[in-house]
Structures are given as C-alpha cells and as structure tokens.
Design a protein around this ligand. Structure first.
Ligand SMILES: [Ca+2]
Length: 204
C-alpha cells in the first residue's frame, strides 16, 4: 500500500524540472582585509543542481583586489573569481573596475579576458561570466558552478575579500538559482521505479 501511495503522490506532483531563486542582501566590502566579509542566504531546501550565482549592483575599483568565494550549506566551496589578472602570488592584478550585475554560469565569458580589455578607467560590463580561480602558476583557471551542487538545506555563504589598500566597493544583493531536491521529476522516477519493481515481483 505504501508503494502505491508513493506512485500516486509522484503522479500528482507532475514531472516538470524547476529551479528556485534564493536571494540575500549585500553590503560594503572592507578595504584591505584578507578575511573578507560574509554574506549569508538561508536556503530552506536541500539542493541538487545549481544554475548560477549572481552578484547584483557590484561596484569596486581595481578588480584585482578581490577574492570571491561561495560555500554551500554542505561546506563545499568554489571561487567566483580570485585576484583577476594577478599572475604572481604577490601581483596586484588587473586595474579594471566593476559596475553592474555579474552572473556566474557555466558557459559564461572569460572574466580575465573581459578585464584585460581596458585599464583603470574601464568598467567590466555586467553579464554572464564563467566562475574562475588561478592555477598553480597563477593563470586563469575556469571553475564549474557545479562544484556547489548537492547541498543540504541551511546557510550558504558568500565571502568577499579585498586584498590591497586604496580601492573599495560594495554590492546590493546576491542570488542563487538552484533546483531543490527531491524535485518532482525525481519523485516521479522513484515512484515509477517502485511500480516497475512491483510488476516484476508479480510476474516472478
Ligand atoms: Ca582595496
């Protein structure tokens, strides 16, 4: 009876795949403070796949100052970007500025290349960018947003640190778009699996 009930529930929920948008406030980024500032979003759902992370209204001069890291509620982290354009451990990085909404999504543009298009008077256009870090030789290293997949429910943390004095900035808010689990398609698959199992047992 319990298996039949599960099948009925899964059918009632349908099978569309969907994602939710989870949002939280931003704030100021403390100048020349390597520990950075944390900005939390309490995500009330367990998460399967993450579609994107977006920073809204992010303004900062000299992007090379910044390290931006997101950690999901299960404790897994990725960097959205790290000391852009800094090709040594002590380099100051690219002097271009931030001013807009920046969405980090797999298949997005190369942020280092975008920053390299101008100098201290250049504002990197808002839009879609690939998350990135630096490799062992301090070169651009693309990072997949999928590193944040499969999280328990709870607090997600955005850490932004500024690592050189003088240039400062802030942002308005940030968003996580992600699919909660168990999503209806998964429930439907589970129900159909249970039904198939029942049918096989009846034939045996
Ligand atoms: Ca600074």
């Amino acid at each position: 009876m319990k298996k039949l009930l599960l099948v009925a529930l899964a059918t009632a929920f349908g099978s569309s795949v969907f994602a939710n948008l989870y949002s939280g406030p931003g704030g100021g980024i403390p100048d020349s403070t390597p520990a950075g500032a944390n900005f939390l979003i309490n995500v009330p759902d367990a998460i399967g796949a993450v579609s994107f992370i977006r920073l809204n209204g992010l303004t900062h001069t000299w992007i090379g100052d910044l390290v931006v890291t997101v950690t999901n509620a299960s404790g897994n982290s990725i960097q959205l970007f790290q000391r852009v354009g800094s090709t040594t451990s002590t380099g100051l990085g690219d002097s271009s500025n931030l001013g807009g909404d920046y969405r980090f999504i797999d298949g997005g543009a190369n942020l280092w290349a975008a920053a390299a298009a101008g100098d201290t008077s250049f504002v990197i256009p808002g839009g879609d960018y690939q998350a990135s870090s630096r490799d062992a030789l301090f070169a651009y290293l693309p990072v997949s947003i999928s590193g944040l997949n499969n999280s328990v429910a709870g607090n997600w943390t955005l850490n932004i640190s500024d690592n050189a004095g003088g240039d400062t900035g802030a942002f308005n808010s940030w968003d996580i778009e992600a699919a909660p689990v168990p999503e209806p398609a998964t429930m439907a698959a589970l129900g159909m699996g249970a039904l198939a199992l029942l049918r096989r047992r009846k034939k045996a």
